[in-house]
Design a protein around this ligand. Structure first.
Ligand code: GLU
Length: 505
């Protein structure tokens, strides 16, 4: 497709409501959204629910909720229709009925009346004639079947009234099927290998192929951006555009998201086994009642999640990794989408979350902390909570961790590592500790580290001897932030009290 100057870029996300939004679908939606916004275009949501047997209750709502959480705005959708509605395919039946007439009239489609048994018998017959492979219903075999190409007009008119029927696309072996894919380049298909795909089912519903092409055309979609699994279907779509005499949109088929080891497509089972979510937001399967975690519930910031997902198969050509939605929109281009699959890397997702947490204002984390704080047990003053937040901010992967990561400073120590204390302790330290507490009392916090070093020297102690003891007394553990940071958080009074409580061993 060659876009006219004045033509507005329009992309769509067209999920089937067969479950919640998984990360593969989200990435497709995100790229289509970024592309539209990059070109000041529109991005819309269309629900492809023509296969009524596969519908899963609640999927639509969760898809919309997921996109919203991610900050992907919809210019048009079932809830916010533009002039191209309805945006749910099952509500567009009349449109498809009208459009299919055009193909029947121009000879690009035909009625087929074969019953299921006849189709089955056809498969068996061609299987035995063809080394165990049944032949497709196509330009060679359709002449042996019960359809409007082999029946008289009178028979057809009668059959339409009395028999169930489907409508098929008439593909001739010499049809040229080629298109340019923005990611994969020139694509060619051999029409002789394609079957006369069903366009309208016997229940009067269109198939995915037919509805998808009709809607993309009528909704003036300029760029079809979708997963690689639809690449082969595009051959039929191209033929449909030709049959209608419509210009096809630009196609871009996105590479798969691969398992972390890089072998094969990432599945829900792989994600579960490795312990990371596959869905954007949590979901309860209505039939099994199984609950699956989502990135939202896990504690990911939507901005971090989107940034991570954008880089799963694309980069801006530089080393830059941290890009918010606005920057992604400015930099996104289809020509930098990778051809090969993108290995999923959960560690990287965590890294992005950490980076975004580091960029949050301290007040945001303070709010989170205060929301979960057990105020009756908390021993540190409200003024010192900000020191706690600043100290632990670089140490958390999820915001929610802020209220528990340093609980030994917020609340009375519950677990003292007595074993290590017993190994490291010597009564010779007592006089030093006494002087150190006096130092805390009388020294400005900024000068405490230097002053303490001098004090340790004057007692002829080694850092390695005394530091673990100070840590244990202050927090019950040898891990965590430096003793100075801990003292600042605790405040002089609490710190001195803890240093004076030497466990009996
Ligand atoms: N309904 C298809 C799906 O569920 C849409 C494929 C396309 O974007 O054309 O993925």
């Amino acid at each position: 497709m060659t876009l006219k100057e004045s033509q507005k870029v329009r992309t769509r996300f067209a999920p089937s409501p067969t479950g919640p939004l998984h990360i593969g679908g989200l990435r497709t939606a995100l790229y289509a959204y970024l592309y539209a916004k990059r070109h000041q275009g529109d991005f819309l949501l269309r629900i492809e629910d023509t296969d009524q047997n596969r519908l899963v209750e609640g999927s639509y709502e969760i898809i919309v909720e997921s996109l919203k959480w991610c900050g992907i705005n919809l210019d048009e959708s079932p809830e916010n229709p533009g002039k191209f509605g309805p945006y749910i395919q099952s509500q567009r039946k009349e449109i498809y009925q009208k459009e299919i007439q055009k193909l029947l009239e121009n000879g690009s489609a035909y009625y087929a009346f074969d019953s299921e048994e006849e189709i089955q018998a056809f498969r068996e017959r061609t299987k035995s004639e063809n080394n165990g492979f049944s032949l497709p219903y196509n330009f060679q075999t359709r002449n042996t079947m019960k359809n409007s190409l082999t029946m008289s007009d009178r028979e057809v008119a009668e059959a339409i009234k009395t028999l169930p029927y489907v409508i098929r696309l008439k593909i001739d072996a010499h049809n040229d099927v080629s298109f340019y894919d923005e990611i994969r380049g020139e694509m060619h298909f051999d029409a002789a290998q394609l079957d006369d795909r069903v366009l309208m089912k016997s229940d009067g519903m269109p198939t995915y192929h037919f509805a998808n092409v009709v809607d993309d055309h009528l909704m003036e979609i300029t760029h079809v951006i979708r997963g690689e699994e639809w690449l082969n279907s595009t051959a039929h779509h191209i033929l449909l555009y030709k049959a209608f005499g419509w210009e096809p949109p630009v196609f871009a088929h996105l590479p798969l998201i691969l398992k972390p080891e890089g072998q094969g497509k990432l599945s829900k089972r792989d994600a579960e086994a490795a312990g990371f979510p596959i869905y954007c937001v949590a979901w309860q399967n209505p039939s099994t009642l199984e609950i699956s975690d989502g990135y939202r519930e896990k504690g990911f910031l939507p901005e971090a999640f989107i940034n991570f997902m954008a880089l799963l198969g694309w980069n801006d050509g530089t080393e830059t990794e941290i890009m918010n939605l606005e920057t992604l929109i400015k930099r996104f281009s289809l020509d930098r989408v990778h051809k090969s699959g993108a290995k999923f890397n959960y560690e990287k997702a965590l890294w992005f979350n950490q980076q975004y947490i580091l960029n949050l204002p301290d007040e945001k984390l303070l709010e989170e902390l205060e929301g979960h704080l057990d105020k009756n047990r908390c021993i540190i003053t409200s003024e010192n909570l900000i020191h706690y937040v600043r100290t632990y901010k670089p140490r958390i992967q999820f915001i929610s961790e802020i209220s528990s990561i340093g609980d030994y400073l917020l609340y009375p120590i519950e677990k003292m590592d007595l074993e290590t204390f017993g190994k490291k302790w010597s009564p010779d330290f007592l006089s030093y500790i006494q002087e150190f507490t006096a130092l805390i009392q009388n020294t400005a916090f900024e000068l405490l580290e230097e002053a303490n070093k001098a004090l340790i020297n004057s007692h002829q102690l080694k850092m390695g001897q005394i530091m673990p003891i100070l840590r244990l007394l202050l927090s019950g553990t040898t891990q965590g932030p430096s003793i100075y940071e801990q003292i600042q958080i605790l405040g002089a009074k609490n710190a001195i009290q803890r240093l004076n409580e030497i466990p009996k061993i």
